[in-house]
Ligand binder design. Structure first.
Ligand SMILES: [Zn+2]
Length: 135
């Protein structure tokens, strides 16, 4: 699933209702992936976790992930017909992206902090990710 970069940033900005004045303040708050996931969870699942696959609100099982994914809250649906794993990114605009959620948040912050606006190429450079030459 491909979405325009600036569209994605707009969504994040709306989600976050930024109150940070500088990137340092921002980074102090969103200090790691887990913080970003937990933030997203509060936005998406304000009234309780719902399985993005089947919509069940039955309490999901927590999955203990390892390695790079160990800081990412991961769940498995409790419905026997479903039992699919998911995170807060599942079935959102962020799902197809390999980019860390924190990078997306930083990008959105940079965009919102820039009064003149900023090109997606410049933004990618600032948050330290390269984009496809063909994209
Ligand atoms: Zn489910």
């Amino acid at each position: 699933m491909i979405h325009r970069f600036d569209y994605v940033c707009t969504i994040i900005i709306r989600l976050m209702d930024f109150k940070f004045k500088t990137i340092t303040e921002f980074n102090d708050y969103f200090k790691d992936e887990r913080t970003c996931y937990e933030f997203m969870e509060k936005q998406r699942w304000a009234s309780g976790i719902a399985c993005p696959h089947c919509g069940s609100t039955k309490e999901p099982k927590k999955v203990v992930a390892r390695g790079k994914l160990k800081d990412i809250p991961t769940y498995r649906c409790s419905e026997t017909q479903c039992v699919l794993p998911f995170t807060v990114r599942t079935n959102t605009i962020f799902q197809g992206s390999k980019l860390e959620l924190r990078k997306w948040f930083q990008a959105a912050f940079e965009l919102s902090a820039s009064k003149k606006g900023i090109s997606s190429v410049e933004l990618a450079a600032r948050i330290g990710c390269s984009r496809s030459q063909h994209g």
